[in-house]
Design a protein around this ligand. Structure first.
Ligand code: PAF
Length: 278
């Protein structure tokens, strides 16, 4: 598997592929590769002939008090795993390739970026839509794949690509889970051995809410009770646990309309996020 570090080199490889008539899939990542990322590579491979994985820990989506420095970095291991899953190229640019001196442009999706995650991590979704719009424009792939685990991020990217007329088809891939339902995430490594057995409770909580809401129950008391139970079982803070309209992430409109349960909660140093279809 080849590694390129400049936009030009990536474009040259893509141009060679295009000359042979190949289609191209893109899987943007920040590394810390786990089975969830590998499933994104496989989904991209089902929809395109050549798959590019990108590896870039994007500083603009972290605030100063977040884990940019601690974020897992092991390029050799990531490269090997991407290759085994079927990627043919790794684009791993240095920071100055993506944000050269004097870079001032931001891409902000109004509304969607200010809800839920946006309330707790104000820079996160604008950082994501900025870097992902750049990667999409740089590669001009046929498809790009993102995990449903970061459901709000996926919705923001879909809206951004549509609003900016970026022709790449944005695909969402299902969340990959551990034995107890915990959604796979690079940040799960922040859980201590004592905390890990409790982590699956977030998935149990949203599963119960999704099931009862689908059967017509009012989600608000369900979410309030789930929040209390999570705190009783060792979570130190619940940022939100809520049922929203699956497309706009505004208020859920009730039975017969698309709904999504979304939650973010702290267990020790790990901020776990998860979501499920109603
Ligand atoms: O989900 C991620 O890993 C990142 O937010 C992404 C989409 C690669 C943008 O940096």
């Amino acid at each position: 598997m080849r590694v390129v570090r400049s936009i030009n080199d990536m474009r040259n490889v893509i141009a060679d592929w295009r000359r042979t008539g190949a289609t191209v899939g893109l899987v943007p990542t920040m590394g810390g590769v786990h089975a969830g990322h590998l499933s994104l590579i496989r989904v991209a491979g089902e929809h395109s002939d050549q798959v590019i994985a990108t590896l870039f820990v994007n500083p603009s989506q972290f605030s100063l008090d977040e884990d940019f420095d601690a974020y897992p970095r092991d390029e050799d291991k990531d490269l090997q795993m991407f290759g085994e899953a079927g990627a043919s190229l790794l684009f791993a640019p240095p920071i100055e390739e993506i944000y050269p001196n004097g870079h001032v442009t931001k891409v902000h999706v109004e509304g969607l970026s200010s809800l839920l995650e946006g309330k707790f991590r104000p820079q996160y979704l604008t950082g994501v839509s900025t870097v992902v719009s750049k990667l999409l424009i740089q590669a001009m792939a046929d498809v790009a794949v993102f995990g449903e685990k970061d459901y709000q991020q996926l919705q923001v990217i879909r809206r951004m690509a549509r609003d900016l007329d970026i022709p790449t088809v944005i695909l969402g891939a299902p969340t990959i889970r551990e034995y107890d339902g915990l959604a796979m995430s690079s940040r799960n490594r922040y859980l201590s051995a004592a905390e890990r057995p409790h982590a699956g409770r977030l998935f149990s909580a949203i599963s119960d809410i999704a099931r009862a809401t689908a059967e017509g129950a009012d989600p608000i008391p369900l979410c309030n009770a789930a929040e209390r139970r999570l705190i009783e079982s060792g979570f130190r803070q619940v940022d939100y646990i809520t049922v929203r309209d699956a497309n706009t992430l505004e208020q859920y409109r009730g039975p017969g309309t698309p709904g999504r349960v979304l939650a973010a909660a702290w267990l020790g140093k790990a901020r776990l996020i998860d979501n499920l279809d109603v």
